[in-house]
Write a protein that binds this ligand. Sequence first.
Ligand code: HEC
Length: 134
Amino acid sequence: MNYRLALALLILPLPTLAETPQQIRAAYASEAAATQPGFSAAAQRGEQLFRQQFAVTAKMPSCTGCHTANPLQAGEHVVTGKAIRPLAVAANGERFTDPAKVEKWFGRNCKEVVGRACTPAEKADFVAYMSEIR
Ligand code: HEC
């Protein structure tokens, strides 16, 4: 291997798992389109999901219980009282940049609040809402 090639390989960026909210939204949208041809994510449906009172459990009737009615604001965990940084990308640039984290929390919170896993379509809509709200 010549010296220049070796150097080029050394300075190549390491693969990273970070993504943009647009990429995460697009990945969920294409997953949804597999069963709903022509699917396109909509922030308005994402907001409905965010505000809907599922009332599956008394403590966690809706997403707003911990994330407040305003995603631009910090929230508080209804059980532990721990502070939760805003979900909206405009207020918290770290949101929807780590696919594993996003999946983990959709998994946990949808199960608790909605009583089932959220569908790829619901996740795409939710990410759209959190990305677009200003
Ligand atoms: C019981 C409290 C609670 C409720 C109710 C709740 N969440 Fe969360 N949510 C959290 C906590 C805690 C975190 C992780 C801490 C953090 O990221 O700030 C989190 C993080 C998330 C994330 C991670 C986003 C990212 O990229 O960092 C998503 C997505 C999410 N919640 C979606 C939802 C949805 C959808 C609902 C309603 C169906 C919901 N949450 C309801 C507590 C809650």
